[in-house]
Design a protein around this ligand. Structure first.
Ligand code: FAD
Length: 360
C-alpha cells in the first residue's frame, strides 16, 4: 500500500497511476475538497518549446529534472487526455511553449478515486508527498523568502509546508532557490479565489514600476515574459507593494487576448490611483497608476529529489520509502518560471511508477 499526501495535481496523478499499475493506494487530503491549487488555476499544462529556452529561463534548476519533465510531458498529457480529462485549448497560445489547457473540474473528475478529506496525509511507510509546497505558511514564507511584508496568498489555503517539514525530519535536503516563488502582482484591494486569474495585473512589461517611496525599482525591459521576476522584486519593497504607472501607449498594448486598459479597468477602483494622488511625483505622461501587492501562488525551492522523484539527503542518498511530487519537489524552475502543473504531472507519474515497484 502506498500512501499519498495531498489530492491536488500531483497527488491525483500519482494515485491514478498507482491504481492503474495495480498498487494499493490511500490518498489523504488535508483540505475540504480535492484539486488543490490546480482547481483554481488556468490549468495550462505546458513546457518550453525548446529545451534550451527552459535552461536559459530557469538557469538555476536541476538540469536532469528539467530534462525529465520536458521529455515526458507530451506523453503525460496524452495520458491525461486518454483518461478523459477535458481539453479546452489544444495549444497554449504562447509561441514559446507547447501544451494544452484543461478544464480543472473535469480534470479532477478524470483522476479522482477514493480520497479521504480533512486528513493529514503524512504517514510512515511508503509515502508520496504531494502537499503543494509552503506558500500558505506565513512562518515558512517569512523564513525562506523574507518578503518585506506578509504576502497575500493566491493559491489553496492548505499548502503549509507539511511535506517539507516531514521530509526534513527524516534527513531530506533542500534545493537552491528557497527564496524564490511564483506569483502575481494583484490589485491592492480585497479579492477572493474566484478572481485569482481575472484580476492578475500582467503588464509590468509596459509599465513604469515604482515603490511606496517613489523609487523606480524595476525597468520594464527587464520584466520576464511570465512577469515572475517583477513580482519577486515587489515582495522585497516596502509593504511588498508597487505602483504600475501607465501612459496612453501602454494602455493600448495587448497581453494575449486582453488590452492593458482592460486589465486596469478590471482592478477594483480603490487600487486605481490618479497620478495627482500618488505619494510621489509621477512622470508627466502618466495617465493612471495601479497599486499592486505581491501575492504568492507557489514556492520554487523545496525538497531535493532525483529522476525517480525519490527524496534525497544532502549526500545524494534516498530517504527510504519517501517520494515528492509537484511543487513539494524543488529545483525545477529555479531562476525563472516553468509550468507547476507540468512538474506535478510528470513527477506524479514518476513517483507512482517508482513507488509501485516497491509494493507490487
Ligand atoms: C490562479 C492560479 C493559476 C495558475 N495557473 C497555472 C497554469 O495555467 N499553468 C500551470 O502550470 N500552473 C498554474 N498554476 C499553478 C498550479 O496550480 C500549481 O503549480 C499546481 O497545482 C501544483 O501542484 P501540486 O500537486 O504540487 O499542488 P496542489 O495542486 O496545490 O495540491 C496540493 C494539495 O496538498 C494538500 N495538502 C497540503 N498539506 C497536506 C497534508 N499534510 N496532508 C494531505 N494533504 C495536504 C492541499 O490541500 C492541496 O490539495 C496556477 C495556480 C493558481 C492558483
Amino acid at each position: 500500500m502506498v500512501n499519498v499526501a495531498g489530492a491536488g495535481m500531483a497527488g491525483l496523478v500519482a494515485s491514478a497511476r498507482l491504481r492503474e499499475l495495480g498498487a494499493g493506494v490511500a490518498v489523504r487530503e488535508k483540505g475540504t475538497r480535492a484539486g488543490g491549487s490546480m482547481l483554481l488555476s488556468s490549468c495550462v499544462v505546458w513546457r518550453h518549446r525548446d529545451f534550451d529556452d527552459f535552461r536559459a529561463e530557469c538557469p538555476g534548476g536541476d538540469e536532469r529534472l528539467q530534462r525529465l519533465i520536458w521529455e515526458r510531458l507530451d506523453e503525460a498529457i496524452a495520458w491525461l487526455v486518454a483518461r478523459g480529462a477535458p481539453v479546452v485549448w489544444e495549444e497554449t497560445g504562447n509561441p514559446r511553449t507547447v501544451g494544452k489547457r484543461f478544464e480543472p473540474r473535469g480534470l479532477v473528475a478524470a483522476l479522482a478515486g477514493e480520497v479521504e478529506l480533512g486528513a493529514d496525509g503524512r504517514r510512515d511507510g511508503p509515502l508520496i508527498l504531494a502537499t503543494g509546497g509552503f506558500s500558505a505558511s506565513t512562518e515558512l514564507v517569512a523564513r525562506f523568502i523574507s518578503p518585506a511584508e506578509r504576502l497575500r496568498l493566491r493559491a489553496n489555503p492548505w499548502s503549509e509546508g507539511d511535506g517539507l517539514q516531514f521530509a526534513l525530519e527524516r534527513g531530506a535536503a533542500l534545493t537552491d532557490g528557497m527564496e524564490e516563488f511564483y506569483g502575481r502582482n494583484m490589485p491592492d484591494a480585497p479579492w477572493d479565489e474566484a478572481e485569482f486569474v481575472s484580476l492578475s495585473q500582467l503588464y509590468g512589461q509596459f509599465a513604469r514600476v515604482f515603490d511606496e517611496d517613489g523609487i523606480e525599482f524595476f525597468a520594464a525591459a527587464d520584466v520576464s515574459w511570465s512577469e515572475t521576476n517583477v513580482v519577486q522584486a515587489t515582495a522585497h519593497r516596502r509593504e511588498a507593494k508597487a505602483y504600475y504607472l501607465l501612459d496612453e501607449a501602454a494602455l493600448r498594448q495587448r497581453v494575449r487576448e486582453r488590452t492593458v486598459a482592460d486589465m486596469v479597468e478590471s482592478a477594483p477602483p480603490e487600487a486605481r490611483v490618479p497620478p495627482g494622488e500618488l505619494p510621489f511625483a509621477a512622470p508627466a505622461d502618466t495617465v493612471v497608476a495601479v497599486r499592486v501587492a505581491a501575492s504568492i501562488t507557489h514556492t520554487i525551492g523545496g525538497l531535493r529529489v532525483d529522476e525517480r522523484a525519490r527524496v534525497l539527503r544532502a549526500d545524494g542518498s534516498p530517504v527510504d520509502g519517501l517520494w515528492a511530487a509537484g511543487v513539494d519537489a524543488g529545483g525545477v524552475a529555479t531562476g525563472g518560471y516553468a509550468s507547476g502543473l507540468a512538474q506535478a504531472l510528470v513527477l506524479g507519474l514518476v513517483a507512482a511508477e517508482d513507488a509501485a515497484r516497491t509494493v507490487i
